[in-house]
Design a protein around this ligand. Structure first.
Ligand SMILES: [Zn+2]
Length: 211
């Protein structure tokens, strides 16, 4: 419920700031459905949150819908369901959040914690990106265009994350392919980085502080 201005105290911050403050404090994305994964740990002491990593995933690959991704991140995938699942069922991985094809968001790990999404990785010489990054999966493949709803949700979540952790500037948003080259290809050529960056610019209404 939104209070009329006449009732709201003048000292009360506007709702947007409350959302950001709550995100910074709890690590929980307000709009996300919470589906906790056991695959996480604490971030190392002193590791700030300063990088956003975009991924893709679909299970089985190229098939959308269903709850296999959720079960995979929660170590509940039944290997006998699909031949591909046999190759991944024992892996213990996660991401902070998943954006489905319809734009809905599922969160698996608090943004304050260290999710297991990037693996061996390096961003501009900084190793072990899981220590200091947030990992967001888009339900998709490298070659199938992502949906309008996914771009919108990703941009919405990104601007909140950037407001909560200002070290994540537009030039510290990257793809898994860029921090694990030769090993990973996601989010792939289907992901329109220009479109995403333009959405960030229009939502934030600033220069993006690219330096
Ligand atoms: Zn990835």
């Amino acid at each position: 419920m939104t209070l009329p201005d006449s009732i709201r105290s003048h000292s009360e911050p506007p709702p947007e700031e409350l959302v950001i403050e709550r995100l910074r404090r709890t690590g929980r994305i307000a709009r996300a459905r919470w589906c906790p994964s056991p695959n996480f740990g604490p971030r190392p002491d002193g590791a700030g949150i300063s990088l956003l990593v975009v991924h893709n995933i679909s299970l089985p690959p190229g098939q959308f819908g269903g709850d296999a991704i959720e079960r995979f991140f929660c170590n509940c995938l039944d290997a006998s369901e699909h031949p591909y699942f046999e190759t991944i069922a024992g892996m213990q991985v996660s991401a902070h959040a998943l954006i489905r094809r319809d734009g809905s968001v599922i969160q698996f790990v608090s943004l304050l914690d260290r999710a297991w999404h990037a693996g061996r990785s390096s961003f501009r010489g900084e190793q072990e990106c899981n220590d200091f990054s947030i990992g967001i999966e888009l339900e998709g493949t490298d070659d199938i265009p992502y949906t309008d709803e996914q771009y919108q949700s990703l941009a919405d979540v990104s601007v909140c994350v950037m407001a909560a952790w200002p070290k994540i500037r537009r030039d510290r948003i990257t793809g898994h392919c860029d921090i694990a080259p030769g090993r990973k290809t996601d989010p792939g050529p289907a992901f329109d980085w220009n479109r995403y960056q333009q959405q960030l610019l229009s939502l934030r209404g600033d220069s993006g502080e690219v330096s």
